[in-house]
Design a protein around this ligand. Structure first.
Ligand code: GTP
Length: 598
């Protein structure tokens, strides 16, 4: 394979600016599919992705493109996930490319993630071609957006291309620009193998499919490969290119992007960022930039019906095959019985897993209050990491508590400055800074405890800015914090799954808020229910759910047994989404409601 006819590139964009639509249009133009076969959004093929319009799992494709100069090029489009939770995966995908298309919506302009993604591309020394998409929209302002790209992002105006991914205008010019302006890969096929893993998916027949970029050397079926981070050795069964399906080839060599099958059982063994080399002729050092992706948000999952426990266990195992970032271990709760403590990359990741469990595996779940991982220094000088409020150590033995912080970057029109500032202050924001990237728009940065952001921060931001605010974050270090454990008691019994760690100064307000929310969520029952919030033995808030006097079947005078049965059935269906704690039925929604704030 001649390297000067290869181009490796990614498409990066803020959510919904049209990345997948453009990718599909390019696939169509390169004649990989006929018009008839063309199915919208080929690259986003998971149900949930399609519904939510977000790319979660990246897919790569190799496009044969015959340029105006008559040469046929191999364009490797490395698709990247489009959400902040997955930014490490994005950075590994970018590290496997020489260039990127940076898409900016012609109506929305530059957003927080446009910037974040551009920075990632710059860190990886990529040549960036800015693309203004959706020029067909009546509200499109390509002139204004061009200026923004030139002045705020500092990108070369000459390189800007305009297109409508929807109707195809300008897409051919983008393909030409890729060939003309992006550099071909460099690397030496004669050197020892160095390949960077940027993704791994699971195929139930073939095992793990590793997506990788060959930096130096080559790899072919029969080779013994070694993963440098773990030392694991595998024998290559097949290598090939990503077309619409996997297309086997004799070998992959320097500059190429492709897949390797080596009978690997779990995607967890092929870590993004890791370097693959040959066992018999290894390279001297791994490629830089590898790190383990660690979960940052934790929540326990309990099946509503105890009989579903085994099914939940096997469903989680199946999901993990394809989602190495999902971690789980057995957990039990006095209130909820047996379940699993799971770790996620962020809240979106958590929601996706929850939805897949409910939809694909038909398991009704209770999710406990999401939590971050706290660090405790104990009086005996030992250190303890706790991600489950139920395991909060004895307060008399704690000398220091630390929690993870993030730096949030928020882009908003100037008029929302006040409300956004207030929101950040409520969430214990510090070190707020802002500047005006363009007149009328503010980029606001602020350091916040991650715990204050994981639940509803993004939703609140969207609602107070009428959808104009965009948000991105990066992890900072752990910082000391004055935290206490807030317990919730239902009829005098602590419901461990409702406990949360909160800042002391907010404890009373949070306690009251949680009691009020629960009062809304817990349906009235035949007896009075007391809901209390407590720190240790101190009750700091309380409300009651008053008793229900009416018998549901009382309406069925005359003793019509079928009507009576129907009503009882209806009640039972409602109960399927509830968990009985002591003698009180608590609905699924209540477990997250305690985190809601107004
Ligand atoms: P993520 O996968 O979440 O990163 O989103 P995305 O950037 O891939 O966006 P996607 O391609 O799913 O497009 C988002 C929405 O914009 C869809 O409803 C598209 O139909 C629409 N869209 C994309 N390109 C165009 C365009 O050129 N013109 C118009 N009018 N709409 C477009």
């Amino acid at each position: 394979m001649k390297m000067d006819t290869i181009r490796n590139f990614s498409i990066i964009a803020h959510i919904d600016h049209g990345k997948s639509t453009l990718a599909d249009r390019m696939i169509q133009l390169c004649n990989l599919v006929t018009e008839r076969e063309f199915k919208d959004q080929i690259l986003d093929n998971m149900d949930i992705e399609r519904e939510r319009g977000i790319t979660i799992k990246s897919q790569t494709i190799c496009l044969p493109y015959t340029a105006k100069d008559g040469t046929t090029y191999s364009l490797n489009l490395v698709d990247t996930p489009g959400h902040v939770d997955f930014s490490y995966e994005v950075s590994r995908a970018l590290a496997s490319c020489e260039g990127a298309l940076l898409i900016v919506d012609a109506a929305q302009g530059v957003e927080a993630q446009t910037l974040a993604n551009l920075y990632l591309a710059m860190e990886n020394d990529l040549v960036v071609i800015p693309v203004i998409n959706k020029i067909d929209l009546p509200s499109a302002e390509p002139e204004r957006v061009s200026l923004q790209i030139e002045e705020d992002l500092g990108l070369d105006a000459e390189l800007i291309r305009r297109c409508s991914a929807k109707n195809g205008t300008g897409v051919a010019e983008i393909l030409e620009a890729i060939v003309e302006h992006l550099p071909p890969p460099q690397g030496d096929p004669a050197k020892p193998l160095q390949a960077r893993i940027f993704d791994a998916t699971y195929d139930s027949y073939r095992g793990t499919v590793i997506s990788c970029r060959i930096i130096n050397g080559s790899v072919k079926p029969g080779d013994q490969i070694i993963f440098m981070s773990t030392g694991a050795v595998h024998r290559v069964e097949e290598v090939g290119l990503f077309r619409l399906k996997k297309e086997p080839s004799k070998y992959l060599s320097a500059g190429q992007v492709g897949y390797i099958l080596a009978g690997i059982k779990s995607v967890g063994d092929a870590k993004p960022g890791d370097t693959i080399t040959l066992k018999d002729a290894p390279c001297s050092s791994p490629l830089s930039g590898f790190r383990e992706v660690l979960p940052v948000v934790f929540s326990s999952l309990y099946p509503i019906a105890a009989d579903d426990y085994e099914d939940l266990a096997s469903a989680l195992e199946k999901l993990q095959l394809n989602d190495a970032a999902l971690s789980f271990q057995k957990d039990s709760s006095a209130a909820l019985g047996f379940g699993f403590r799971c770790g996620f990359l962020g809240l979106l990741h958590l929601e996706v897993v929850q939805e897949r469990l409910e939809r694909e595996f038909d398991i009704s779940l209770i999710l406990t209050v999401p939590s971050v991982r706290y660090r405790f220094m104990l009086t005996d000088d030992s250190e303890l990491m706790v991600d489950n409020p139920a395991h909060f150590p004895d307060p008399s033995k704690i000398s220091l508590i630390e929690e993870p912080y993030i730096r949030a970057s928020i882009l908003i029109p100037e008029r929302y400055m006040g409300v956004v500032m207030t929101l950040c202050m409520e969430r214990r924001g510090e070190n707020t800074k802002y500047h005006y990237p363009t007149p009328g728009r503010i980029e606001f940065t602020c350091e916040l405890p991650l715990a204050e952001v994981i639940y509803d921060f993004y939703d609140r931001l969207k609602s107070i800015t009428q959808g104009y605010g965009s948000f991105d974050y990066e992890m900072l270090e752990y910082r000391p914090s004055d935290l206490v454990k807030l317990d919730i008691l239902v009829n005098g019994e602590v419901v461990d799954a409702l406990s949360q760690l909160v800042h002391r100064s907010n404890a009373r307000a949070r306690g009251l808020g949680a009691c009020e929310q629960l009062k809304e969520e817990i349906p009235r029952q035949l007896f009075k229910i007391a809901i209390q919030a407590a720190i240790g033995n101190n009750i700091i808030a309380r409300t009651n759910v008053s008793a229900l006097r009416k018998d549901v079947t009382a309406k069925c005078y005359g003793g019509d047994i079928t009507r009576k049965r129907k009503l009882l059935e209806k009640q039972k269906a409602g109960k399927k989404r509830m968990k009985t704690v002591g003698n009180v039925d608590i609905p699924q929604s209540a477990f997250l409601a305690v985190l809601k704030r107004d």
